[in-house]
Write a protein that binds this ligand. Sequence first.
Ligand SMILES: Nc1ncnc2c1ncn2[C@@H]1O[C@H](COP(=O)(O)OP(=O)(O)OP(=O)(O)O)[C@@H](O)[C@H]1O
Length: 408
Amino acid sequence: MSTIELRDVTLAYDVRPVLDHINLTVEDGEFLVLVGPSGSGKTTALRIVAGLLQPSSGQVLVGGRDVTKVPPADRDLAMVFQSYALYPHMTVRNNMAFGLRLAGVHRKERDQRVERAAEVLGITDLLDRRPKALSGGQRQRVAMGRAIVREPQAFLMDEPLSNLDAKLRTQVRAQIARIQRTLGVTTLYVTHDQIEAMTMADRIAVLHDGRLQQLGTPEDLFSRPANVFVAAFIGSPPTNLIPGTLTTEDGQTALRVGGQTLVLPASIATAVAASSTPDILVGVRPHDVEIKPPDGSALDLQVDIDLVERLGTETLAHGEMVTGSVSGAAAQAAHALIAADDELPTDPEKHRFTAALDPHTPITTGGRLPLYVAAERLHLFDAETGTTLRTATQSLAPSAAGAAAPAA
Ligand SMILES: Nc1ncnc2c1ncn2[C@@H]1O[C@H](COP(=O)(O)OP(=O)(O)OP(=O)(O)O)[C@@H](O)[C@H]1O
């Protein structure tokens, strides 16, 4: 059983911990991606698992064995780094076999393992080349090969695609995911790229400021973010975050956003009652925005469009929200929670908004566009704690919709 477990792992260089009581298990055969912005502690966590760093407290277990005090070479883990670190004077075959030679594996066995790994990686015809005669993607596969031939209990990968250009990255990430599934080797993979995490992982662990924010499947994180950080970090383009305030309108709970008041349907009103403050952050996924008013209650947002990106499959309309009387307190809270992310607005009075629309939508830069979001598609967060109060209601799955339809 090749699980990897971090038990209550903390690492502090000075007062503020770089990793703060992390509990995480990578299950046997699982591809778990550790994702987070720069400085969140991902590499530190991986280095602790590898044995290159000692935690201040807590334990690391590999296959159920406590390896916290075991030297890196004796942990039976293989690491793939972003710099491939291939020996330039050696052939691919010798690069792949090098670690095995050091470990005293005899020649026949070495050759067999290299041939097998090369076949899985599709690099058999490159075995006699030297690294300089390989493309970036091929070098990456050789680096993977070196890890595979060791037949370790688990792979540890630290941003292995970051030296590749965008197109190659897409190809190689699919290859790595496929190879991992073929071999079934437990893998802990670190990246700052949420798209990489979403496309490759069985489960994703989101780190921010040394704390584990959420652990779940890509679908969990996208549809049911645990807090505003995860909602803003996962998804492309990112979730729009708009400050709002809870009020009472004719005895009913209402949400004031961007100068309008939306009386909340009962189910949403119940969910927001848990908020520690009347200040609410409203999360809107760009793909949930409509240009026609939907049936039922909806937010109606006015956005001054300043950039239109036509991607072919969809059109992204970016602009500034006409905020009206957005509460100052919630606006400040929104700012404080998301200011760390460079892509999000840093001026608390200005709210950028992005809508992902049908490619045929006739929009131009410079206009003011009314945009609608059905109330059930809103994600709502406590502006003080960032905790999720409610997530968007799932649309009916085709089978469920079919079952609900009258019989023919
Ligand atoms: N030797 C050290 N002494 C003090 N602080 C350190 C040390 N090494 C790392 N840190 C700090 O620990 C934090 C986490 O670093 P880490 O490299 O794990 O982040 P990361 O999420 O992998 O970021 P990146 O994606 O930029 O590599 C950072 O704030 C970093 O400055």
